[in-house]
Design a protein around this ligand. Structure first.
Ligand code: GTP
Ligand code: MG
Length: 243
């Protein structure tokens, strides 16, 4: 059973690629009183993302290798060298997630009831058109495959999530791009983390889609996610915490 953490140190990681229109809104809506640092992981945005992140009080960590997962890995490497937090919260920079819902994500961890909390868009309310049909179908297939191979039913692979730092470190994350969210969820099951989900709201993104809004992005992400779910299922029987 995880320990309650009434006053945990929380850092937020935001992978961002050319999100100058939405990032300031994400930064403005985050409940700053709960958050120690905001780390924006940037793969060389060519717009004002980095300067707006700086103005908004975030730390900018440059990610040399392109990709969503690489950006997250660069942020984690930076945190490791700069007094790591107790809890890391991830969310996207496109203002699809509702940053003001962060307290919901961390509540089960603070209460000692969970070590990884996924913000589920399937359980929450979605603005029409926010979660594209291909993303919904892909998530469902991936979640069913996880159920089959790991014995735990998630309802989403949503990007808005919170995890205990020391347990995240145990997972030795490595996916450089679209498999990042699935990798974290299946490895959490394999490592016996206590996982839970809370409903989160989701709205249509502002700015240009990089992943599920494009055909190439959807196909590459779908393939990568399914492969990720399969590859970590090979080997020992997963340890599932079904409490
Ligand atoms: N640093 C970095 N961030 C990225 C990269 N690709 C996507 N992102 C960020 O990751 C988040 C998710 O990307 P989106 O384009 O919104 O992907 P999506 O949510 O699947 O697709 P939409 O439904 O169009 O929003 C956003 O904050 C992007 O700016 C990348 O290669 N590097
Ligand atoms: Mg998005």
């Amino acid at each position: 059973m995880p320990k309650p953490l009434p006053e945990a140190v929380i850092d937020v990681v935001i992978p961002a690629l050319n999100e100058e229109r939405s990032l300031p809104m994400v930064l403005a809506d985050l409940p700053r009183e709960l958050v120690r640092r905001i780390v924006v992981a940037d793969n060389g945005s060519t717009d004002a993302t980095a300067s707006l992140a700086h103005q908004g009080g975030a730390v900018i960590v440059p990610a040399p290798r392109p990709g969503y997962g690489s950006a997250c890995l660069s942020a984690l490497a930076w945190l490791r060298d700069h007094e790591p937090p107790e809890i890391v919260v991830f969310l996207d920079a496109d203002y699809s997630d509702h940053p003001d819902e962060l307290p919901r994500l961390i509540a089960p961890i603070l209460a000692g009831e969970a070590e990884l909390v996924i913000g589920s868009r399937a359980l929450g309310s979605r603005e029409p058109g926010a979660l594209l049909p291909q993303a919904r179908a892909g998530n469902l297939v991936a979640c069913l495959l996880i159920r089959l191979l790991y014995g735990h039913m998630y309802t989403d692979l949503g990007p808005f999530r919170a995890i205990l730092w020391h347990r995240l470190e145990e997972l030795r994350m490595g996916d450089p791009n679209f498999g990042w969210t699935a990798e974290m969820q299946v490895k959490a099951l394999r490592h016996g983390l206590k996982v839970s989900e809370v409903p989160v709201s989701y709205r249509r993104r502002i700015g240009v889609s990089k992943i599920t809004g494009t055909v190439a992005g959807t196909l590459r992400a779908g393939y990568k996610i399914l492969w990720t779910v399969l590859r970590y299922s090979i080997g020992n029987r997963p340890k599932v915490d079904s409490r």
